[in-house]
Design a protein around this ligand. Structure first.
Ligand code: S3P
Length: 434
């Protein structure tokens, strides 16, 4: 008998107006990954408060441990003590569902001595790795993988690399970060660029740790002459996770949500700006700046109108599935363009989002690089997550309008383990076994 594809489902009842303050949004996934990986660049312990305890980020931490780091928790503070020299793991390194883990680790491990095999779940093993493997190979990295080296498992024989000069054709923080990590250990300086700035946590955090990285027209990286300073930080909440509740409020007239202590990094909050353009009331309240601006976002529901999204796509790429729910209830036809990257996320998010919207009774059209959604009345439906955490949560939010069921809800544990608990504060939910 073959194993069942999905284990759990979530039934969500239609909701009504709510007013809520949420200070328990999952902490930032991108920043937590970087904390686990960058701590290996120091020779002193890094102290991280509120590291995200979700499957994806625990995979990064597990790999840091397999390389010799010691992870110790004391309450909500994680101390990562790097080894005096990294050890060669005696088994494959499992990245689970996490693209960030496999791509950043590819860059990091390519440039250090040893043999490493990176793999992941069936969804990750379908995602393209050539985007990091090719530029790394061009400076001497020995990376092999399935189908001409494009798919995991990736086998890496690490060694010192030449400096990298690379103008990336795609704006991807994972590609950029993988190359910066390799560049820090290279024989000579590197220059890296991307078409539009993608999320810049890597640059901010590494500069904060003392790395010689200059960000101007391009990113100029000098190899490390000594270990970096350790990290000492508290991870803010994740705006990509918070966005599900922002949409919940935006599509419910009379609703209001205050989302506390999020990173307000402009490369991460663009989807909230789009929601504002659609007519929702959105307020940003900056409170502090530690590596990044941090503060609250308040969203109030309104009658939404259609919008066209075609710029700064990398600043809202993860939020597009949830934004599609706001588009589905807005008046008029919304269009998303230049978003081909959606096809190589945890699922092909153009096809999977359209499939589920149609099941909810919404008319939409798929393009190679985006889609068109005609706003209308959502009708109750029973859909699947396609194993994609952001699909699961987006359609749980859609269900607030009309009720709905989503199979494969266990996928949310990759980024937002307490999502259901928070959702249950604004509507009735029921988990079921499959
Ligand atoms: C991430 C970068 C983005 C994003 C992903 C997290 C990161 O991916 O979609 O969820 O932490 O660097 P790409 O680099 O593929 O755009």
């Amino acid at each position: 008998m073959s194993a069942k594809e999905f284990k759990k489902g979530l039934e969500v009842c239609a909701g009504s107006a709510f007013e809520i303050e949420i200070d328990a949004i999952a902490t930032d996934k991108s920043i937590s990954h970087r904390c686990a990986i960058f701590s290996l660049l120091s020779n002193k312990p890094s102290k991280i408060k509120n590291f995200l305890k979700a499957e994806d980020t625990l995979n990064s931490l597990g790999i840091a441990a397999a390389l010799g780091a010691k992870a110790q928790w004391e309450g909500d503070t994680l101390t990562i003590t790097p080894p005096s020299s990294l050890s060669e793991p005696d088994d494959v390194l499992d990245c689970g569902n996490s693209g960030t883990t496999i791509r950043l680790m590819s860059g990091f491990l390519s440039s250090i001595d040893g043999f490493f095999v990176l793999t992941g779940d069936k969804y990750l093993r379908r995602r393209p790795m050539k985007r990091v493997a090719e530029p790394l190979r061009s400076v001497g990295a020995k990376i092999d993988g399935r189908d001409g080296g494009n798919f995991a498992p990736l086998a890496i024989r690490g060694a010192k690399l030449d400096g990298i000069t690379f103008d990336s054709k795609i704006s991807s923080a994972q590609v950029k970060s993988a190359l910066i990590l390799a560049a820090l250990n290279a024989k000579s300086p590197s220059v890296i660029s991307e078409p539009e700035l993608s999320r810049d946590h890597t640059e901010r955090m590494l500069v904060g740790m003392g790395a010689d990285i200059k960000v101007a027209d391009k990113i100029y990286v000098s190899p490390m002459s000594k270990p970096l300073e350790p990290l000492n930080m508290s991870v803010p909440s994740d705006p990509s996770s918070a966005f599900f509740f922002a949409v919940a409020a935006a599509i419910t007239e009379g609703a209001k949500v205050t989302l506390k202590n999020l990173t307000l990094n402009p490369t991460r909050v663009e989807a909230f700006v789009v929601l504002q353009k659609m007519g929702a009331k959105v307020e940003f309240v900056e409170k502090e700046n530690v590596y990044e601006p941090i503060g609250d976002i308040i969203v109030e529901g309104a009658k939404l109108k259609a919008v066209e999204v075609s710029e700064n796509i990398s600043w809202l790429i993860d939020e597009l599935p949830a934004l599609s729910i706001a588009m589905a209830v807005a008046e008029g036809e919304s269009v998303v363009k230049n978003a081909k990257e959606l096809r190589v996320k945890e699922s092909d998010r153009i096809t999977t989002v359209m499939t589920n919207l149609r099941a909810f009774g919404i008319e939409c059209e798929e393009f190679e690089d985006g889609y068109k959604i005609r706003g209308g009345e959502l009708k109750s439906a029973h859909v699947t997550s396609f194993g994609d955490h952001r699909l699961a949560m987006s359609f749980a939010i859609a269900s607030l309008k009309c009720g709905g069921k989503i199979d494969g809800f266990e996928a949310v544990s990759t980024s937002f383990p307490n999502f259901v608990q928070l959702l249950s504060k604004i509507t009735q939910v029921r988990e079921y076994e499959l």
